[in-house]
Design a binder for this molecule. Structure first.
Ligand code: F6P
Length: 364
């Protein structure tokens, strides 16, 4: 039998289980394939004894409906920079990639499917260059991976954020308040932009368009002057004012650093007050609720198709490729190309222009 190793890496995302099930089901329609999973990204293979599980019909039955990942996941699973604790308690990293590939070979595995975001795809590319037969499946709620028009999980996150937005409307209206809702997205404004349009926000602040706080106050005042005694702001966790910290987009090489959730919402609240906004302001930080629970139908479907396609790339020996959804087709791109840039909101795009035309201010 030929063996495929599957793993999920980085933050979890609705749809991961649907990909795993898609791979298993597609493999079943071919003779002589066995699918196994490494627990917590590559860590399962690097542990003694190894932590791997057989992925068959029984363990994957019905899992497409569930959030999270049956294989568990971690942000601390980079075999190229594997964290080790020193005797004095400090941490350093070592490169365990060669050992990893040897261990994968000794398990009788001939190919790997790695489901993960940008960080995982970068690891996959390095391992591919070292001779590992690997195929990537893009996942992230942030939708910031290039090489694919959409990642699964993104639309579920937007749905969760929109549902929360809708709930804020009645309470904002009753109290004449300005509601600030902070959404995830890392250094990209996709979740915020989509939610602002779906919910009907007056202001949408995203990392790609640094905001001027006075312009934000102007938009809020306009609304209050028109007799609408409440307003909604959607702010992406990576959003930044023009004056202040350099935006994530401008400093791409710095990459993502973990920021405390809620940071930008509370910061914005203070900035609004300092800029003369007299309205009563409240902040809501959605945090990890955006990644939890069951994937919406679109994401289940996309994830399932990605799983099927990933197995077919293995069958065809198309290694070093990442599954992708482009122009309404499930296809593939080289991982190298996919990681060569990020997918950020283009401030000159139709979507941003349309948002402006329906009264959404980006604070610029
Ligand atoms: O990349 C997905 C994501 O949820 C981002 O939107 C967010 O910035 C980050 O992960 C949160 O990471 P963690 O789960 O490690 O707190």
């Amino acid at each position: 039998k030929r063996k495929v190793l599957v793993l999920t890496g980085g933050g979890d995302c609705p749809g991961l289980n649907a990909v795993i099930r898609g791979i298993v089901k597609r493999a079943k329609s071919e003779k002589n394939w066995e699918i196994i999973g490494s627990m917590e990204a590559f860590n399962g293979v690097l542990r003694d004894p190894v932590e791997i599980m057989e992925l068959n019909d029984k363990v994957t039955a019905g899992i497409h409906v569930k959030g999270g990942t049956i294989l568990k996941t971690t942000n601390k699973g980079n075999p190229l920079e594997f964290p080790v604790q020193q005797k004095d308690g400090s941490w350093s990293t070592i490169d365990r990639s060669k050992e990893l590939i040897d261990r994968i070979n000794s398990l009788g595995v001939d190919s790997v499917i790695s489901i993960g975001g940008d960080g995982s795809q970068r690891i996959s590319q390095r391992l591919y260059e070292q001779g590992l037969n690997i195929v990537g499946v893009p996942k992230t709620i942030d939708n910031d991976l290039s090489g694919t028009d959409f990642t699964f999980g993104f639309r579920t996150a937007v749905q969760i954020a929109t549902d929360s937005f809708d709930k804020l409307v009645s309470t904002a209206e009753s109290h004449h308040r300005v509601m600030i809702m902070e959404v995830m997205g890392r250094d990209a404004g996709w979740i915020a932009l989509h939610t602002a349009i779906a919910g009907g926000a007056e202001v949408c602040l995203i990392p790609e368009i640094p905001y001027d706080i006075n312009k934000v106050v102007e938009r809020l005042n306009q609304r209050y002057d028109r007799g609408k005694g409440f307003a909604h702001i959607v702010i992406a966790e990576g959003a930044r004012p023009i004056k202040g910290e350099v935006t994530a987009v401008e400093s791409e090489e710095v990459g993502y650093e973990h920021k405390r959730l809620g940071g930008v919402a509370y910061q914005l609240s203070e900035q609004l007050r300092a800029a003369g906004c007299e309205a009563d302001i409240r902040e809501t930080v959605l945090g990890h609720t955006q990644r939890g629970g069951t994937p919406i139908a679109f994401d289940r479907i996309l994830a399932t198709l990605f799983g099927v396609k990933a197995f077919e790339l293995v069958l065809e020996g198309e290694f070093g490729k990442m599954v992708s959804f482009k122009n309404n087709k499930v296809t593939s791109v080289s991982i190298e190309e996919a990681i060569s840039k990020y997918n950020y909101v283009n401030k000159n795009s139709f979507m941003v222009r349309a948002a402006r035309s329906i009264g959404i201010s980006f604070g610029d």
